[in-house]
Design a protein around this ligand. Structure first.
Ligand code: ATP
Length: 215
């Protein structure tokens, strides 16, 4: 249906801060699914977290620093431009309107996937995109059995199938297991420990210069 390199990946998150776990899953899904690019979409007002640690402008600033060396990774600021809670379904609707009928691949860590039932209009997400579940350390679930089998008929084993339609499919990707989380990084920084090699060097410098997450 489309040239494979037109497919677009979407990685949403609070990115508080962005880290090598995020960058690595984006790279692996980009290669595996043969995406044209990955949009990193920082959440302005997270529905699921009670506030963030760094403010919205620093989370955006950190993302810009972390992505600047990779032209296939782009920061998309549409959730900052909207008022109110940042719901993924609204972001997908706006991307679909803007990008037309190309495959959109929403990349979710398995922890996010497991919490999907709590998301606003969760059953509608798949009408706008494919879901790519990136398996995080400690997860051994089976998407077929989750959510009363809601995604059973949508599961595909071959990434090429994601290029045959613009959305509606679920693909589970075994990413390199990096037990890195923003929570862990904030914890290290609070204790005055280094986060070098958990985040890009430029980002470690940005955090240091702006004295972020010092508690
Ligand atoms: P926090 O620890 O503050 O909850 P986080 O590290 O999980 O943050 P988010 O910004 O909440 O980061 O995550 C954005 C997306 O990236 C989510 O879908 C999450 O599951 C995924 N993700 C984050 N870290 C990893 C990792 N190490 N491996 C795979 N997926 C990850």
């Amino acid at each position: 249906m489309t040239e494979s390199n037109q497919a677009v990946g979407i990685l949403g998150g609070t990115f508080d801060p962005v880290h090598l776990g995020h960058l690595r899953i984006a790279q692996e899904v980009l290669d595996e699914v043969k995406l044209g690019k990955v949009l990193f979409i920082p959440c302005a007002e997270p529905p699921h977290k009670s506030g963030t640690n760094a403010d919205a402008q620093h989370r955006l600033g950190m993302l810009r620093v972390a992505l600047r060396s990779n032209p296939l990774f782009q920061v998309d600021e549409r959730e900052y431009a909207r008022k109110g809670v940042s719901y993924t379904i609204d972001t997908l609707e706006s991307l679909r309107l803007e990008l037309g009928d190309i495959p959109l691949c929403l990349i979710l860590g398995s922890d996010s996937f497991l919490s999907l039932e709590t998301w606003h209009r969760w059953k509608d997400l798949i009408h706008y995109c494919h879901l790519i579940v990136a398996v995080r350390p400690g997860w051994s679930g089976d998407p077929k059995t989750l959510f009363n089998g809601f995604f059973k008929g949508a599961l595909v084993e071959c990434a090429d199938e994601l290029h045959q339609q613009s959305g509606g499919l679920v693909y589970v990707h075994q990413v390199t297991q990096l037990d890195i989380s923003a929570t862990k990084i904030r914890g290290f920084l609070r204790q005055g420990r280094s986060v070098r090699y958990l985040v890009p060097d430029d980002l470690a410098d940005y955090i240091e210069q702006n004295q972020l997450y010092r508690g």
